[in-house]
Design a protein around this ligand. Structure first.
Ligand code: ADP
Ligand code: MG
Length: 264
């Protein structure tokens, strides 16, 4: 059975794209076949996995509009994950999709024929709650919410959770909210922990383990066209490996390991 995970938060800069790329590469390290889907017109996932969005002939845009089969647009990456890339054309897909019946289902329909090729599909949602994110949430079985552990991190979380609830009511009754993933986490101060425990209490959100530490390696990796897992040993890569193991075990039937910001 293929697992489809959406990574969503309408806030930019919370490490959605980093999480999709690094978690994808970590799952490949566990022997899985992984497809990552770039749903952001800015193409940051595509770029960070070593492809220049400006030089691609085929992308998720043509796939969503029905002009191309998804398999035709998928490309390989150095990290070993398969990528359904995005180009700036995707910015126009919102308008095109809005005029179509079943517009929230375009991605789900497009992915259906190639699900059997992969163990896990991870969808990088754009920083908005528009029709592209609705497509991501409709195509997924579960959703993970990266949360940057800084003041005001809770802003917008309520709106995102309302969108998840609406998707569960209307287009995807089986969608499971896995919980929040703490990102850019600073274990040296109590601030990150205070913010996390505030958000998880406020919204009754499970917090996934482990928190992803803040490290400069991520910026270096993005510039190199491969994920932090490809580089030297570092705590960011290790955190995503641990997260990959946690999720893989969960999908095989174990309980999800969570992090309690209140303790320790
Ligand atoms: P989003 O997709 O939510 O907009 P990104 O994944 O693009 O967020 O991350 C935003 C920025 O933060 C990028 O420059 C990325 O390299 C950096 N970043 C992500 N995770 C970390 C981390 N754990 N430590 C330090 N920088 C990070
Ligand atoms: Mg992004």
């Amino acid at each position: 059975m293929t697992t489809v995970l959406a990574v969503a938060n309408q806030k930019g800069g919370v490490a959605k794209t980093t999480t999709v790329a690094s978690l994808g590469a970590a799952l490949v390290g566990l022997g899985q076949k992984v497809l990552v889907v770039d749903l952001d017109p800015q193409g940051c996932l595509t770029f960070s996995l070593g492809h220049n969005p400006d030089r691609l002939d085929a992308s998720v845009h043509e796939v969503l509009t029905g002009d191309l089969g998804a398999r035709e647009a998928v490309i390989d990456t150095e990290d070993g994950v398969a990528l359904l890339p995005a180009t700036i054309d995707l910015a126009g897909a919102e308008a095109l999709l809005l005029m179509r019946p079943g517009r929230e289902f375009a991605l789900k329909r497009a992915l259906a024929p190639l699900l059997d090729d992969y163990d896990t599909v991870i969808i990088d949602c754009p920083p908005s709650l528009g029709v592209l994110t609705l497509n991501g949430l409709t195509a997924a079985q579960s959703v993970l919410v990266p949360l940057q552990c800084e003041t005001l991190a809770h802003r917008g979380v309520g709106q995102l959770l309302r969108t998840v609830t609406e998707v569960q009511q209307i287009t995807n009754p089986d969608l499971v909210l896995l919980g929040a993933l703490p990102t850019l986490y600073d274990a040296r101060t109590t601030h990150s922990r205070d913010v996390l425990s505030d958000v998880s209490d406020r919204y009754n959100l499970p917090v996934l383990a482990p928190p992803i530490p803040r490290t400069v390696r991520f910026a270096e990796a993005t510039a190199s066209g491969a994920t932090v897992l490809a580089g030297r040993k570092n705590k960011g890569a290790q955190a995503y490996r641990d997260l990959a193991e946690n999720l893989a075990k969960h999908w095989a039937g174990s309980e999800l390991a969570t992090f309690s910001p209140g303790s320790g």
